[in-house]
Design a protein around this ligand. Sequence first.
Ligand code: BG6
Length: 512
Amino acid sequence: MKLSNRPHTIVFTIFGAGGDLTRRKLIPALYNLYLDEWLPDRFAILGIDMREMSDDDFRSRLRGGVDEFSRRGRTEDDKWAEFAARLVYLRAGFDQTEAYVDLGRRLAALDQQWGQPAAHIYYLAIPPMAIETVCDQLRQAGLTVPPDRARIVVEKPFGTDLDSARRLIARMNGLFDESQIYRIDHFLGKETVQNILALRFANSLFEPLWNRRYIDHVQITVAERIGVGHRGGYYEGAGALRDMVQNHLHQVLCLVAMEAPVSFNADEIRNKKVDVLRAIRPIPPDQVSRFAVRGQYGPGWLRCERAAGYREEPGVAPDSDTETFAAVKYYIDNWRWHDVPFYLRTGKRLPAQVSEVIIRFHPVPHQSFPPSAAGAWSPNRLVIRIQPDEGIELRFQAKHPGPVMNLSAAEMRFSYKETFHATPPEAYETLLLDVMIADATQFMRADQVEIAWRVIMPILEAWSTVAPGNFPNYAAGTWGPEEAATLIARDGRNWVLPTVPDDPAGEGEGGE
Ligand code: BG6
């Protein structure tokens, strides 16, 4: 046992076990935790879903998922067989009361077999409209007591706007103790996202510079090369703002902008994050277009292959107005950040799969070097690369070798892989382990969810009242619509072109 607060016996019950998330993320993560000996000796995984499957079908479906998506690659027969023996499938509708009675019986039988009451983790990998039903049923069946042994993990989207999120929060808080609810945002489990805290608060070097005096602006880019694929049905009702900005990008923003926590206590960290969201300057309803831009990909080319437009994807309306790209500008009204713009952008079918934070420092106050020396001069920049090729880079000016004084940009690089000789664990591994040890630091508290919705409500409302009119407005394989470039260019700045190893610079629009 590696962690003293890890329970001795655990049952994971996954609702939506026949779905994609279970196959792609949850089971590969649990399998890796098993291989790394993070799971207790006595554990079981019960999968519940509506599709017809035997235990064996279920196991082989999940094995296929692990083989395809695990960071470790293909499974080994022996290890998989040991793990698979703990997997059980129950076919049931989420509203079938008898299914919960049956579940209760099985949980009790395991407790008896193990001679000890297990911790019960209920993972809701289900569509948002089924959340309340499952929660009600679990509660009615008496499966969520005592509170210190029963935890509910809820996947995003947590609501579809401020009102629905509030209703869901109130409903769940009426059924469970807040300490039992783990609202997951998998970005928080990403190693480099967590590393932002280490960079900022385990080093004294950056903190004195981390404010409006030295920082000109911040950019957060989460670019995806993939399109919506077969998730059109879900995505049509979501769009990039709800799917990515409200949660993932806001989380990254909070970590970049928060004040130093007094301790690493879950509530202390979460209080500091909530403070950031509370300080975001509200976007005036009549100025949304100056602060937010939306886009939708049309057909295009990615890595020499033709990519379909969003409206051609399965499950998508041929005249859909759902945005697949969003860029927003925020100001955080506090002493540290007043008037420093934070530019956030995310989109699907962009030229690269890359997530980066760029901290752009002010130019030097006075240029002592002659213009001839400083031709390629540019301000300092810190890049925090969340994925791929996790790491941090600091760009600064250096003298170019030679007899004359010529400046050019040089970089100091920290590569996660090269320094630690390890591939970071998957976000879900970290987060599932946190649920097991009841550490809620990396999960969203109800007030944070609410404020994150409140921040984007003016944009959602403006976008729902006025049709975009020009969709699709960017071709697959480009860096989003022209308006995104204008959003930042209006302030005399430009998006920094992400550089990732397999994406030679120059594929996208120009950057610094
Ligand atoms: C999910 C979104 O939450 O995050 C997806 O619903 C998106 O649309 C995904 O593709 C991105 O996560 P990752 O870990 O693949 O970068």
